[in-house]
Design a protein around this ligand. Structure first.
Ligand SMILES: Nc1ncnc2c1ncn2[C@@H]1O[C@H](COP(=O)(O)OP(=O)(O)OP(=O)(O)O)[C@@H](O)[C@H]1O
Ligand code: SF4
Ligand SMILES: [Mg+2]
Length: 330
């Protein structure tokens, strides 16, 4: 089990002569528990911090504050040795598979690196292991290994980066917008594939997307975390979040999705006041959604709502979520 406790990642946007520099938290005090075998989708608009969160969890960038633990033991990523060990626990399937593969190296050599770097197989076992893994992700090894990345289709490249992530036999896999650039039929194929592989290997799967329909498809028996400007504003079982969203931001996203099959009743239609997502200054103290929220009150600008439990399987960060729900249901 991986646990994040108050994890924050801060960036300093250096300004020019005319513009002041700005410090902001791309990821802000995230608390999350993620178990082996558990599927969690992280949903939110572009720029809300999804990839930054993925990189912090995978140890590809350091958190500015907060702690990560594995099975209740603190995870320290101070040395290369500690990072290499962590990479065997958590792997990321990157957002852009083409950019993640070296264009001048054959697949054989890119894939071999992953195995050899982590000393997972001896040289004489290498070919056999690579073939086995490629077949496992549905690629014909003989046809694939001696090609360059540009000679593969989008779907084949996607499978390849999944294979590369699986080569170290991780316990947890993060897939960052892994199907966003694909057409619908391929998208379903890759999603089914990721689900199957994760189930077979009992992997924890953290699936990052901006599309609730994809989140539902991947983690129907799992959970959804909704992110807004670096914060998790709503979290809970997928079914519950889709049927009963309580945060105005989640409601605005879900009411904008034409039809989510399985949603038993219509959620309240919520239109944000503006469509601009903006950024949040590090010093801001109020609700991150206040500038766009049609229900904002004066205290929303002064007090940041905490992610509180509404039930044992649903948490929301909004001062007025419960009161509004009672009004709507009256
Ligand atoms: N290395 C960096 N330096 C400064 N700012 C950064 C850096 N990386 C990300 N950011 C900023 O942090 C915020 C979150 O970025 P991130 O890439 O995590 O968003 P995202 O939710 O993955 O977006 P998308 O859906 O477009 O992939 C953005 O405002 C982005 O510009
Ligand atoms: S706390 Fe206030 S501003 Fe934030 S989502 Fe709730 S009602 Fe809107
Ligand atoms: Mg991203």
């Amino acid at each position: 089990m991986i646990e994040l406790k108050d994890v924050t990642k801060r960036f300093n946007l250096k300004g020019s002569a005319a513009k002041k520099s700005k410090i902001f938290n791309a990821v802000n005090q995230i608390n999350l528990t993620w178990r082996r075998g558990e599927f969690i989708s992280v949903v939110g608009e572009s720029g809300c911090g999804k990839s930054t969160l993925a990189k912090v969890i995978a140890g590809l960038t350091d958190a500015s504050e907060g702690a990560i633990s594995l099975d209740r033991e603190p995870v320290h990523l101070r040395s290369q040795k500690e990072r290499t060990k962590w990479a065997k626990t958590v792997q990321v399937v990157p957002q852009d598979p083409y950019a993640a593969l070296n264009p001048v190296r054959k697949i054989r050599s890119s894939l071999a690196d992953a195995f050899l770097y982590h000393k997972l197989v001896s040289r004489h076992e290498l070919s056999h292991k690579m073939e086995e893994l490629l077949e496992f992700v549905g690629l014909n090894a003989r046809e694939t290994l001696d090609k360059y990345p540009h000679q593969l289709s989008g779907g084949q490249r996607q499978r390849l980066v999944i294979a590369r992530a699986l080569s170290v036999n991780p316990d947890f896999l993060i897939a960052d917008e892994s199907v966003s650039m694909m057409d619908v039929s391929l998208r379903v194929e890759i999603l089914d594939y990721l689900k199957r592989v994760s189930k077979e290997r009992n992997l924890g799967l953290l699936f990052i997307t901006h599309d609730f329909r994809v989140a539902r498809y991947i983690s129907i028996t799992g959970k959804i975390a909704v992110m807004y400007l670096g914060h998790i504003v709503e979290f809970g079982q997928t079914d519950e979040i889709l049927r009963n969203p309580m945060h105005p931001y989640t409601q605005s996203l879900i009411s904008a999705v034409p039809l989510i099959a399985g949603r038993e009743r219509r959620v309240e239609e919520v239109l944000p006041k503006s469509f601009e997502i903006g950024t949040l200054d590090e010093r801001s103290i109020g609700c991150p959604f206040a500038a766009r929220c049609p229900f904002a009150q004066a205290d929303c600008l002064e007090q940041r709502p905490k992610l509180d439990s509404v039930t044992s399987y649903h948490q929301v960060a909004c001062h007025y979520a419960t009161a509004r729900k009672m009004l709507v249901n009256e």
